[in-house]
Design a protein around this ligand. Sequence first.
Ligand code: FAD
Length: 180
Amino acid sequence: MNLPSARSAFTGAPLREPVASRSAPADSSLFRHSVAQFATGIVIVSCATAEGGVHGMTVNSFTSVSLAPPTVLVSLKPGTAHRLLSQHGRFGASILQAHQQGFSAHFSGRPDSTLQPEFITRQAQPTLKHCLAWFECEVIQQVDVYDHSLFVAHVVACGNESGAPLMYFGSQYHRAEALA
Ligand code: FAD
C-alpha cells in the first residue's frame, strides 16, 4: 500500500517512514462524532493581507506544543489562511471570550455585516482586540498531513486579559463552568 509520507517543509526530509496500517481507517462519520467529544476553545488565526487588511479564520485545532521556546501549532485545510501562512510564515492567534461567539461564525465562512472586528498590531502581527489571549507567531515548520497542514510556530509575543473562554464541544458552543 502506498501511503503519502508526511514531509517537513522546513527540511524537506521525511518525518518518519510511513508504516502501512494493519487496520482499515475508522469510519469518518464516527470519527467526526468521536473527536467532537474533545472540548476546545476557539481561536481566530489572523494574517495581514497585501491589500492592507486582515484575513481571519476560525480554528479549534490551536495547541500549545512547547514551553521553551514557546511554540504552538494550528492545523489548516487549504484555503485563504493556509495560502497566507504558507507565503508569509507569520500569523496572529486570538483566543475568543465567551461573549465573542459571533466572531467564530463570522470567520468560518458566514460573514456578518453587522460585526466590526477590530484588530490591533502590538509588535508585528494583527490579533483581535479584547480577546482572552493573543499570540504573535512565526512559522518554523509546515507539515502536510493528508487534507490538512500543521503550521508549527514560535510565539514571539503574547498576552492575556481576564475573562471567560468560549468553549466548543459536541459541535456546539458552551461557556466554561469551574468545578467546585
Ligand atoms: P476561504 O479561503 O474562504 O475558504 C473557504 C473554504 O473553501 C475552505 O475552508 C476550503 O474548504 C475551501 N477552499 C478554498 N481554497 C481551497 C483550495 N485551494 N483547495 C481546496 N479547498 C479550498 N478549519 C480548519 O482548517 N482547521 C480548524 O481547526 C478549524 N476549526 C474550526 C472550528 C470551528 C468551531 C469552526 C466553526 C470552523 C472551523 N474550521 C476549521 C473551518 C474554517 O473556519 C472555515 O472553513 C473557514 O472558512 C476557512 O477559512 P479560509 O481562510 O480557508 O477561507
